[in-house]
Design a binder for this molecule. Structure first.
Ligand code: AMP
Ligand code: GLY
Length: 426
């Protein structure tokens, strides 16, 4: 098969790495890819959101399957355009991708389908949101309706901050059109877990659980990031919870989407908060998680390409996934200043030493190749994943590998998987 992966981050490196292991693969492309993805794929100078450019390429090169990493091209209708031309795509239509592209739609759908989620109100006018917030007390969560590059959610400790946030989003328009409406949501507390499930619209095939680390500093301090590390499995996600999530979250939402004339195909990501009153959905994403994918795919023993193809053909009922029982831990190495402004072009050393270690896999994110040398080219630079017989062993291994790698100002969390270690008494 001739396969095109769309995107250029650590998640796409993990997808490309796994797809490249398939005996079904003839040729792998990635647009735009990055310095590490070129280990497995031919990288193309086409942006991930250049739907017309990607379609031209896929038609010209007779691509059999296109696998979309990020949400933006899906929300822009990449899957719709490709399917109009008879091209198979792993990923939902624009209408179904609204589950991530519009938080107001996602919340209303959850309410209609009886999916447990935080109480909320949707506002189209800043004055209404202000009035509502001024009536209550305590923390509140303000979310821009549309896509805001992962920055559209503010957990405000008090109402004053929440009202200020509404002002920034709706009046000053810091997220542009994405802030024309806001969701104001009840503040929830608990452990977070990422649930990823493949679906062809009929069959639901959950992947193994994972937990992300969204804050930049140890102990969940500092601002939110795209994700500073992940591990799999998440011990808090018991088989009971998994059964409950499938019955009370995944199945009703997929039925609801189909009922709205938006049948869903691809991977559905539910961000769950395990509260004292049971699990609540924080958000849905229409794509694989980053960096969850870098912790989950190294545990997959089955053929990923065959599986993704089955999703696009409506044949997921024929697939059974085999998993490595070991634990995986992924640590993200970030550029100095991330998630704020950061320099680029910093030379990276120690990559070969780390990559040569047993049970270690490097996934490249914001990287480029300059004069034959790998340099930084983004905020999240690398994901280092290690497998271990248990979570303690995986953590030990991953930090041994991380210590091999260096670039000026590199920072990373030293407490990835700490929750799981505490649970295991490690
Ligand atoms: P989201 O993009 O909706 O996942 O939000 C980003 C992060 O904000 C989540 O991973 C949570 O850590 C936090 N968050 C979102 N909604 C809530 C909520 N209702 N209560 C507390 N924290 C939240
Ligand atoms: N790791 C969070 C996300 O992919 O949205």
């Amino acid at each position: 098969m001739r396969v095109l992966v769309v995107g250029g981050g650590g998640r796409e490196d993990a997808l490309a790495w796994k797809i490249a292991q398939s005996p079904l693969l003839d040729k792998l492309y990635c647009a735009p890819g990055n310095a590490g993805i070129s280990r497995w794929a031919q990288c193309l100078p086409i942006r991930a959101d250049d739907v017309a450019g990607l379609l031209d390429f896929a038609r010209r090169e007779r691509i059999d399957l296109t696998v979309v990493g990020p949400e933006a091209p899906l929300v822009l209708g990449l899957a719709d355009r490709f399917r109009e031309h008879g091209l198979a795509v792993f990923g939902p239509s624009a209408a179904a991708a609204a589950i991530e592209g519009s938080k107001a739609y996602a919340k209303d759908l959850m309410r209609r389908c009886g999916v447990p989620t935080a109480d909320y109100r949707v506002f189209h006018h800043p004055a209404d949101a202000r009035d509502y917030l001024a009536k209550g007390r305590g923390p509140a969560v303000v979310k821009a309706d549309g896509l805001a590059a992962g920055k559209g959610v503010v957990v405000a400790p008090d109402r004053e901050t929440a009202i200020q946030t509404v002002e920034e989003i709706m009046t000053r328009g810091v997220f542009g059109q994405a802030g024309r409406a806001v969701v104001v949501e009840e503040y929830l507390q608990g452990e977070e877990v990422s649930l990823l499930a493949l679906t062809d619209g009929e069959t639901i095939l959950p992947l193994v659980s994972a937990q992300d680390h969204k804050r930049v500093f140890d102990g969940d301090q500092g601002p939110n990031t795209g994700g500073m590390g992940a591990y799999s499995p998440a011990p808090c996600y018991t088989t009971d919870l998994a059964a409950m999530a499938e019955a009370q979250v995944l199945r009703p939402i997929l039925q609801g989407l189909a009922g709205d004339g938006r049948p869903y195909q691809g991977v559905l990501y539910a961000g769950l908060m395990l509260t004292e009153d049971g699990p609540r959905v924080l958000e849905f994403n229409c794509r694989f998680g980053d960096p969850e994918t870098q912790a989950v795919l190294p545990r997959l023993r089955s053929d990923l390409l065959e599986t993704l193809w089955a999703v696009t053909q409506g044949e997921l009922d024929r697939v059974q996934l085999q998993w490595d029982e070991r634990s995986a831990v992924c640590v993200v190495l970030a550029a100095p200043g991330y998630p704020g402004d950061y320099p680029q072009g910093l030379p990276i050393t120690g990559l070969d030493e780390a990559a040569g270690m047993a049970d270690v896999q490097l996934f490249y994110a914001g990287t480029a190749c300059e004069n034959g040398k790998i340099v930084t080219a983004g905020g999240r630079v690398l994901g280092v994943t290690a497998l271990g017989d248990n979570i303690t062993a995986a953590v030990q291994r991953v930090y041994q590998a991380v210590e091999q790698i260096s670039f000026p100002g590199v920072h990373y969390r030293r407490d990835i998987a700490a929750r799981a270690l505490r649970r295991s008494g490690g």
